[in-house]
Ligand binder design. Structure first.
Ligand SMILES: Cc1cc2nc3c(=O)[nH]c(=O)nc-3n(C[C@H](O)[C@H](O)[C@H](O)COP(=O)(O)OP(=O)(O)OC[C@H]3O[C@@H](n4cnc5c(N)ncnc54)[C@H](O)[C@@H]3O)c2cc1C
Length: 419
């Protein structure tokens, strides 16, 4: 494409959405993607069924240094707008049921391929050019590098004027445009395209970039908990998982490396190295009262026999080993109340000290990124005129459950609509 009105770096969720929005308004759009395929994360997402949005999109489901920043974009292009497009495209979807009832999480009934196909079809219809396998070597902002026709008014017609432009040197040649949109995502899952180019570009144009970390990622352990997790690998249970900042009532999954499942992924976004996390294993119960009632009503029973009714058996055996090995074969009637209190306290408030997380290798998102103080919340344009940042590269990170794709759609829409 000669003389695109805008170049977009990255053909992921945000890049494709921005390309479509701008092209629908008559702009000539060129998308540069370094992978051999567009939208790889969309294909992998939601276990292959793409959790494309959530019915309950709200600003408080997003982390950012400025919690107000996401409001404008999310309200201009909402979950209902995207759902309407999905429906118009004939894609069947369903709301996922979780332990807490309906979750608001919308998934494709068949395959995430359909969401990608919907985006790519519209790109084709709007003559968006997507160049794959395109490695960007250098980006420069050049004074007067761009020639454009400008209306002069009156009888003189149009004249050619020089404007500032972004010049991108790539392995496929040099591309020049007045407007550059960076939709290169974050650092998560390098094999799916995660790269730091967005942050490097932002810094090279003098924008601030906040420290990044892996989010929505499993916890790992090196202490005795490592063995516990290994032995319990595959066991899952609904819990409250919490720290001083947040608590999530979701399923917690033990894996051979540590803790995963929605509860762990959600809390990982609010965790800092060296901090403890806490598990309430029986969120539906007043635990001490429960144990005392068992002592009264089932005096001959063992604690593990009673706990078997409310927790997975493998987990109960592991807890018994950890917390009451000397009373393992003692009938509840013989248990001193202070011991029951101690066990109740642990069941309600089990402190764990993760060694770390699995990091960007498996993280669903990157926390932090381009500082929103240097971006317009209405258009996503940066303090460098003509330079926009959208999607995950920006310091806005959603909870698990379709919130991240909605941020990609919304931030991309407001940028594409303003260019
Ligand atoms: C396994 C997995 C499952 C997920 N499931 C869900 C889900 O179900 N629901 C949800 O809401 N969120 C989900 N997410 C998060 C979601 O995928 C991201 O938030 C979203 O894709 C971000 O969109 P983006 O366009 O900003 O970035 P990306 O989708 O990461 O797209 C960035 C694009 O830029 C390209 N790129 C990077 N560097 C360069 C470069 N130097 N030159 C050219 N191109 C470049 C990349 O190859 C990529 O195609 C999931 C994430 C992962 C990893």
């Amino acid at each position: 494409m000669k003389n695109p009105d805008l170049i977009i770096i990255g053909a992921g969720a945000a890049g494709l959405m921005c390309a479509i929005t701008a092209a629908q308004r008559g702009k000539r759009v060129l998308v540069l993607e370094r992978a051999n395929k567009a939208g790889k994360k969309i294909l992998m997402s939601g276990g292959g069924r793409c959790n494309f949005t959530n019915l309950h999109i709200a600003p408080d489901r997003y982390l950012s240094n400025n919690p107000h920043f996401c409001k404008s974009a999310l309200s201009r292009y909402t979950q209902w707008d995207f759902i309407e497009w999905v429906e118009r495209s004939g894609i069947e979807y369903f709301e996922k049921e979780t332990v807490n009832g309906l979750s608001g999480q919308l998934f494709c009934r068949q395959s995430s391929k359909l969401i990608l196909a919907m985006l790519l079809n519209e790109c084709r219809q709007q003559d968006v050019e997507i160049r794959l396998n395109c490695e960007i070597e250098n980006v420069a902002h050049q004074r007067g590098a761009w020639s454009r026709q400008a209306a002069t008014g009156g009888r003189q017609g149009n004249k050619t004027v020089a404007a500032d432009a972004f010049s991108l040197k790539t392995n496929q040649g040099v591309f020049i445009s007045e407007t550059l949109v960076v939709a290169a995502g974050g650092l998560s899952i390098p094999s799916l395209g995660g790269s730091g180019i967005g942050y490097e570009l932002a810094e090279s144009f003098g924008l601030r970039v906040l420290p990044t970390s892996a989010g929505l990622v499993p916890f790992t352990f090196t202490d005795s908990m490592h063995g516990v997790c290994e032995r319990l690998s595959g066991v899952s249970n609904e819990v409250y998982l919490f720290n001083t900042r947040q608590s999530f009532r979701e399923d917690l999954l033990f894996t051979h490396r540590g803790l995963s499942g929605p509860a762990a992924l959600q809390l990982s976004s609010y965790w800092q190295a060296g901090e403890s996390i806490y598990v309430n294993l029986l969120p539906d119960h007043e635990i001490l009262s429960l144990l005392l009632s068992w002592k009264q009503q089932h005096p001959k029973a063992l604690l593990r026999t009673q706990l078997d009714h409310v927790l997975p058996r493998k987990l109960v055996l592991e807890l018994e080993n950890l917390w009451w090995p000397e009373l393992a074969e003692t009938a509840l009637a013989e248990w001193p109340n202070v011991w029951l209190e101690a066990v109740a306290q642990k069941l309600e408030d089990w402190p764990l000290l993760p060694a770390g997380t699995e990091g960007y290798r498996t993280a669903e998102v990157t926390i932090g990124g381009v500082d929103t103080r240097d971006l317009s919340s209405k258009t996503m344009e940066s303090t460098t005129p003509g330079l926009f940042f959208i999607g995950e590269v920006v310091d806005v990170t959603g909870h698990l459950g379709g919130f991240n794709f909605q941020w990609a759609w919304s931030s991309a829409f407001v940028a594409g609509d303003s260019i």
